[in-house]
Design a protein around this ligand. Structure first.
Ligand SMILES: Cc1ncc(COP(=O)(O)O)c(C=O)c1O
Length: 401
């Protein structure tokens, strides 16, 4: 008889983050002396800007070392309000902003504050790995809308309306999207808004963490539409825009009622995020977008590079992503093929593992983003590493028979 698990059903039903898992496997291989190129991690390969680091040092000297208010320092909330106004044309009051330990916490908190057991959360696939797991933790039910590379991984208003039921409570998406890099235009968002206008009980989580890495124009937030703005929970953070992934700083903007609920939840779990990170965040926002634009220029160049190299690999089908720093090519033509050791590649996870072990390139299988026919490649790596990684991938794929 097997021993019952001491762990809760809640944790037993949770999957490990695939992106973090692949990164861990890559690091383990590297620790054995193998030259692994990591394209698995969703992290800018730039350092945090100097003025932001200086602000953190100053914060220490100024003794910003005590508990901060749970929803963040008033100066930071005000800086976020100004950012939303100046960059996005959105009006919020500081009381509507809740600072957190990252967009990830804000997403999770927003779901926990809105979802009752059995409520449905509509998520277009592919989606960021943690979305559906966060819904599971909140005892909600994820309802997926599948998209493919042929529609640039974007949903239509008709597809949205088709999955709405009386239990639909939330819709959540990212634009620019991780893992596909797809970006919804204003007209496309407007099409979705017309549907939401008909269903006043549905709330919208808009994950805008990649807003500055957009190659097709200015960022468009779904919160700009007044008819539904009160139902939008806008999520953003400092990780991608300011290369601050390790600082753990993000925020949400929503109605006062939802913001207060998130404040309450944070007050009983993590409290206010790191005081020093918050002071650094104020400096990041004050300084504006100069360093972000430099990063974007580098990403634009690498996007072209990877696009041309990927197109050159037989059996791989790719599009040209419009934002973020990922490619999500279709690799399903390799399913059923055999590697040199005689193992059959059954799915995207097998292929990602094969590329790691044979080509020493870490990627992530699309299954963990809800679409098994693809793999995700991050191009937040040097041009040299990208060239070498794509060479290795091409070589490894050619060995599958
Ligand atoms: C779509 C998306 N949302 C949220 C996050 C989390 O960001 P943060 O570092 O602010 O928690 C990520 C990080 O990879 C992401 O890709």
């Amino acid at each position: 008889m097997s021993t019952p698990s001491i762990l809760s059903d809640r944790i037993n039903s949770l999957s490990e983050s695939a992106t973090l898992k692949m990164t861990k496997l890559g690091r383990e291989l590297a620790a054995k002396g193998v030259n692994v190129i990591s394209l698995s991690v969703g992290e800018p390969d730039f350092n945090t800007p100097e003025h932001v680091k200086q602000a953190a040092k100053q914060a220490l000297d100024d003794n910003y070392t005590r508990y901060s208010p749970v929803p963040g320092y008033p100066e930071l909330r005000k800086a976020i309000v100004d950012k939303l106004k100046n960059e996005n044309g959105l009006d919020y009051d500081a009381s509507q902003i809740v600072v957190s330990t990252g967009a990830k916490q804000s997403l999770s908190n927003a779901i926990l504050t809105l979802i009752n057991p059995g409520d449905e959360v509509i998520i277009p696939t592919p989606y960021w790995v943690s979305y559906s797991e966060m819904v599971t933790l909140a005892e909600g039910k994820s309802v997926f809308i599948n998209t493919t590379i042929d529609s640039d991984f974007k949903i239509t208003p008709e597809e949205l309306e088709a999955v709405i039921t009386p239990k639909s409570k939330l819709f959540m998406f990212s634009s620019p999207c991780n893992p596909t890099g797809s970006v919804y235009t204003k007209a496309e968002l407007e099409g979705l808004v017309r549907v939401f206008e008909k269903y006043p009980n549905i709330y919208i989580i808009s994950d805008e963490i990649y807003e500055h890495i957009n190659f097709i124009g200015q960022h468009e937030s779904i919160a700009q539409f007044d008819s539904i703005k009160d139902r939008v929970i806008l999520i953003n953070g400092f990780s991608k825009a300011f290369a601050m992934t390790g600082w753990r700083l993000g925020y949400l903007a929503a109605t006062k009622e939802i913001a207060l609920a998130n404040d309450k939840l944070q007050g009983q779990t993590t409290s206010g995020t790191c005081s020093i990170a918050q002071r650094a965040g104020i400096a990041a926002l004050d300084q504006g977008l100069e360093t972000v634009l430099e990063m974007k220029a580098a990403f634009a160049r690498r996007r072209e590079l990877v696009y041309n190299l990927l197109k050159d690999i037989p059996g791989v089908k790719t599009n040209l992503p419009q934002g973020a720093f990922y490619f999500f090519p279709d690799i399903s033509s390799f399913f059923g093929k055999m590697d040199p050791q005689g193992n059959v590649i059954k799915d995207s996870a097998d292929l990602a593992l094969y590329l790691l072990n044979e080509g020493h390139v870490a990627t992530v299988g699309g299954d963990s983003f809800g679409n098994n026919n693809y793999i995700r490649l991050s191009y937040a790596a040097s041009d040299e590493n990208l060239r070498e990684a794509l060479r290795r991938i091409k070589e490894a794929l050619a060995k599958l028979a």
